[in-house]
Write a protein of this length. Structure first.
Length: 95
C-alpha cells in the first residue's frame, strides 16, 4: 500500500480497461505527513476520492482484487481515503 495525495484528474477518450464509468486520478506518493515525493501515479478511483485528499493506493496484482477491477488491465487503484494516521502514539495526519 502506498500513501498518496490526489493532485488531479486524468481524462481518457479511448481505453482498454473495460471498467464502465471508470474515474482515474493523478496522485503524488507522499509521507503520512503529506510531504510529497515527486513520484506520480495514475490510479483508478473506486472510493470517490477528491483533490487534496490523502489516499491509500494498491498496485500490481493487489489492484485487481476488487469486484470492479477483477481480471482487468488496472495497475493502481485508490482503495481508501485516509482519516487519521497515528505514528508511534503521535497523530501525524487528521482529515
Amino acid at each position: 500500500m502506498i500513501f498518496a495525495r490526489v493532485v488531479g484528474t486524468v481524462v481518457l477518450t479511448q481505453r482498454a480497461d473495460a471498467v464502465p464509468g471508470a474515474r482515474f486520478l493523478l496522485a503524488e506518493a507522499c509521507t503520512p505527513r503529506l510531504e510529497g515525493r515527486k513520484d506520480y501515479l495514475v490510479a483508478l478511483d473506486v472510493v470517490g476520492a477528491g483533490e487534496g485528499e490523502l489516499v491509500m493506493i494498491a498496485q500490481g496484482p493487489s489492484a485487481r482484487n476488487t469486484a470492479l477491477t477483477d481480471r482487468r488491465s488496472i495497475d493502481a487503484v485508490i482503495c481508501g481515503i485516509v482519516d487519521l494516521v497515528d505514528e508511534g502514539g503521535e497523530v501525524v495526519f487528521r482529515k
